[in-house]
Design a binder for this molecule. Structure first.
Ligand SMILES: C[S@@+](CC[C@H](N)C(=O)[O-])C[C@H]1O[C@@H](n2cnc3c(N)ncnc32)[C@H](O)[C@@H]1O
Length: 268
């Protein structure tokens, strides 16, 4: 019984890994653009204010994508290791870093659910906008804590979901990008860190108006699905069926509200 449950779980996981690789192989070119959401300096500054760095750390970034934040950290720490499931994302990152002369970032393919590092290898283990793509977030966070040294820090930046909107919000996010699994509630995220022996030290939150066109363009959502999403958000905006996305107009353009959270925890 336990074996068949484990086999089923591992089959589901590899199905989802295939979805992640397919989606991000497709999306990788959007990460190469200078105006990519992931290249935002404002976003990077917000994170750096919360996750202060000392210049001496050896840092691991899991699900590093095209290493946008790896590049930012590289200027502030001794060494960055970036790991991601999707080779095309790492290839985009490699080109970006080489073009900018960044010499202290190592990139390698791998799955956050099985990190190929010894216990306690890193001073800082970091993850940005990726937990909501993980099939097994509890296992991923356990791995992040395992590979952090005692006294080191684990920092997670992600969108979170409000319990009352959770289901509808995550359903629409999955329609936009099938590699989305679910945004966690803040309490769940903290519970996963604390349950693995880390103590939450700093948190910060931001409610961010997301431009719907930029959001759909980033994920290269197929046109028919993108049209259906736009139409449902408009109906919601006009007081019709709620999508869980909290749509609004900003400067005359359709937006919705996303909740971002940073949790920095110290390993005991
Ligand atoms: C939205 S992108 C974010 C990239 C990067 N963290 C950033 O903020 O610039 C999500 C990334 O998570 C990666 N990913 C998803 N599941 C993963 C897993 N199980 N192990 C490693 N990487 C994963 C994807 O390949 C993709 O590059």
């Amino acid at each position: 019984m336990a074996d068949s449950a484990a086999t089923a779980a591992s089959a589901r996981e590899s199905d989802h890994s295939t979805t992640v690789r397919q989606e991000f192989a497709r999306q990788a070119p959007t990460f190469a653009q200078d105006d990519s959401f992931f290249a935002s300096e404002r976003l990077a500054r917000w994170i750096l204010r919360t996750v202060s760095l000392e210049g001496v750390e050896v840092a691991l970034e899991v699900a590093c994508g095209a290493s946008h934040f790896g590049e930012v950290m590289a200027a502030e720490v001794r060494q960055v290791v970036g790991l991601d499931l999707t080779p095309e994302m790492l290839a985009t990152g490699q080109q970006r870093l080489a073009g900018r002369g960044v010499g202290n970032v190592l990139l390698q393919t791998g799955d956050v659910a099985r990190l190929p590092f010894l216990d306690g290898s890193f001073d800082l283990v970091f993850c940005r906008f990726a937990v909501h793509h993980f099939d097994a977030p509890a296992q991923a966070i356990a791995e992040m804590v395992r590979t952090c040294r005692p006294g080191g820090r684990i920092a997670i930046v992600d969108m979170v979901s409000r319990p009352e909107l959770n289901e509808r919000f995550n359903t629409m996010e999955r329609r936009r990008d099938p590699s989305h699994t679910r945004a966690l509630a803040i309490e769940e995220l903290h519970g996963m860190l604390e349950g693995n022996g880390a103590v939450i030290e700093v948190t910060t939150d931001r409610e961010v108006p997301m431009n719907v066109e930029g959001w759909l363009a980033q994920s290269l959502t197929p046109a028919a699905e993108a049209d259906a999403i736009r139409a449902e958000l408009r109906v919601d905006l006009d007081g019709g069926t709620a999508t869980g996305m909290r749509p609004l107009l900003k400067d005359g353009e359709l937006h919705f509200l996303q909740d971002w959270h940073i949790a920095v925890a110290r390993k005991r």
